[in-house]
Design a protein around this ligand. Structure first.
Ligand code: AMP
Length: 370
């Protein structure tokens, strides 16, 4: 990885983290955190796009914070933050909404599947891809490690960044999406035609990072396969054998090998399921060992945990008058040190995202919106 690389990724506390979250995003997030600048966030505002219970959301945020550390994110190297504590996210989102066309939001999968045509759908479900673009662009990452389901959002982010840059001048870095070779889209074990999702109500096909070993075994053993019993039934063919291919993909991602290679060693579905259960348990055991006995237990208080400290350090200042300039700075300064960005602002340097955002937000831009 080039030393100028900056990575950013976000997780939404809309349920308990799953094996899909780990293999598709969290594990890739840990890979380069000691070599390049990394920003990892809890996108709690996104969890409010659907009905939620505030107390449950708070508990999920606490659990997610602890799990992110247990999964290996290192707050002494990476910057970890909670989206709702950095108001610049929502500010930039509005500016980007002024850059987005409704025709770009209509085809977004979440809205299409969960909200379109329902009068009680929250407006935020429609606009959250723009908030996500703001989440990303604010930190100027060059790369965004995500699972396959997030490609669409990163593509929109790129489109908006390019359009904004063309309209107002070179402001944003246009990031590349980084999707893992295996484990980019784990499917639900009980219904391998749908994504394994943390917000699925019936969790029979969803392996959660904190599931007990017997629960994991049971879910894997009951995974839906097919009735093919002949020679060569264990093969990687997602179009015609989604269940079997998903299990092969899980083993491959856990063991970091090719799914075809996994299939070569196996002759029956029972063998495949045993291998998958062992592979998953091998991945989950060290994470669970690093967890305090309860998510509310040791080290999870906002102030005392490393994640809590990074959140506390980046806690933005009030968003009024002259102070506004300082907290937009503080969001941008997560990787550079507030001093550097503040002095750049003092000098009135051109070409910095914070300057343009501020100028536009304050309605006294040197660059004029076309
Ligand atoms: P979310 O669940 O929307 O908070 O997503 C957090 C990260 O996990 C994103 O990078 C997703 O792409 C990734 N992710 C979520 N579900 C899966 C899955 N089933 N397989 C692989 N990656 C996933």
């Amino acid at each position: 990885m080039h030393q100028d690389t900056r990575q950013l990724s976000l997780l939404t506390p809309s349920g308990h983290l799953t094996l899909g979250n780990y293999l598709g995003a969290l594990r890739p997030m840990t890979l380069h955190q000691h070599q390049v600048a990394c920003f990892f966030g809890i996108s709690d505002l996104h969890a409010m796009t659907a009905a939620h219970h505030p107390a449950t959301l708070r508990t999920l945020i606490t659990e997610m914070r602890t799990l992110m550390l247990a999964c290996g994110l290192d707050p002494t190297h990476a910057t970890l933050f909670q989206q709702s504590r950095v108001p610049a996210h929502t500010e930039l989102a509005y500016l980007l909404e002024c850059t987005t066309h409704v025709g770009e939001l209509n085809p977004m999968t979440q809205f299409k599947e969960k909200g379109r045509g329902r009068p009680m759908t929250r407006a935020s479900l429609y606009t959250y891809p723009v908030l996500m673009a703001a989440d990303i662009l604010l930190y100027r990452p060059t790369h965004v490690p995500v699972g396959d389901d997030q490609r669409q959002h990163v593509e929109l982010t790129r489109t908006l960044a390019q359009r904004f840059n063309t309209t107002y001048g070179a402001v944003f870095t246009v990031p590349e999406v980084m999707v893992p070779v295996t484990g980019a889209r784990l499917m639900d074990l009980a219904d391998p035609t749908r994504k394994m999702s943390k917000s699925t109500q019936d969790g029979a096909g969803v392996v959660r990072l904190l599931d007990a070993p017997d629960v994991v075994r049971r879910k894997v053993v009951r995974a839906v396969t097919d009735s093919d019993a002949g020679k060569g039934a264990v093969r990687h063919d997602p179009a015609t054998k989604p269940g079997v291919s998903n299990l092969l993909e899980i083993v491959a991602a856990c063991e970091d090998i090719d799914p075809q290679q996994v299939a070569e060693d196996l002759t029956s579905y029972a063998e495949l399921k045993n291998r998958a259960a062992e592979a998953v348990l091998g991945v989950l055991a060290p994470i669970q060992e690093r967890m305090p006995s309860s998510p509310r237990g040791q080290g999870t208080s906002r102030r005392s945990s490393p994640m809590g400290r990074s959140i506390a350090e980046t806690r933005p200042r009030p968003s009024c008058g002259r102070r506004r300039r300082r907290w937009v700075c503080s969001a941008d300064a997560l990787g550079e040190g507030a001093g550097t960005v503040a002095s750049r602002l003092e000098r009135g340097e051109e070409g910095s995202a914070d300057l343009v955002v501020l100028e536009l937000a304050n309605g006294r831009g040197r660059r004029t919106a076309r």
